[in-house]
Design a protein. Structure first.
Ligand SMILES: [Zn+2]
Length: 91
């Protein structure tokens, strides 16, 4: 079964850092707004919250992009999280 993770779009590897006030790379019609959030991930009924998760949000296309640093941080945290959940006894 596939994991049920990450609704937020993640920046492709090697992507540039997104900045507050930068033009949206998707629609080009608006400036990006930088936000620091607590991002919640779900896996097999368990939740993991990654604090200080930096996203840039576009008000026009309603898309959110994740900063590279946050992708890195969250991927490490998620790996640990998956391992922990998979290691839990069933029931
Ligand atoms: Zn946009």
């Amino acid at each position: 079964m596939h994991s049920e993770v990450a609704k937020t779009k993640q920046a492709p590897p090697g992507a540039v850092m997104y900045k507050d006030g930068q033009e949206c790379p998707i629609c080009g019609a608006a400036k990006l707004e930088r936000k620091v959030v607590d991002e919640k991930f779900q896996y097999k009924g368990h939740a993991l919250v990654v604090p200080d998760y930096v996203i840039v949000h576009c008000a026009v296309c309603e898309d959110s992009l994740v900063e590279r640093e946050s992708v890195k941080t969250s991927q490490i945290a998620l790996k640990e999280f998956f391992k922990r959940v998979d290691g839990l006894p069933l029931g």
